[in-house]
Ligand binder design. Structure first.
Ligand SMILES: [Zn+2]
Length: 56
């Protein structure tokens, strides 16, 4: 039986590539993300494939 590799997407900050993004609901702009690392706020974020967790 083959195991399906997980293809999780994670959202990262376009400025500092941190994944410490929190979602903030904006009133006018719609969806807004807030980066806890560099305080970037905006609707534009990067979505990448999550790296596989390292097995020890
Ligand atoms: Zn950032």
């Amino acid at each position: 039986m083959r195991r399906r590799p997980e293809h999780k997407k994670i959202k990262i900050c376009p400025q500092c590539q941190s994944d410490r993004l929190i979602f903030e609901a904006g009133l006018i702009t719609g969806q807004v993300y807030h980066c806890l690392q560099c305080n970037y706020v905006g609707s534009l974020i990067l979505e990448i494939d999550a790296p596989e967790p390292l097995k020890k």
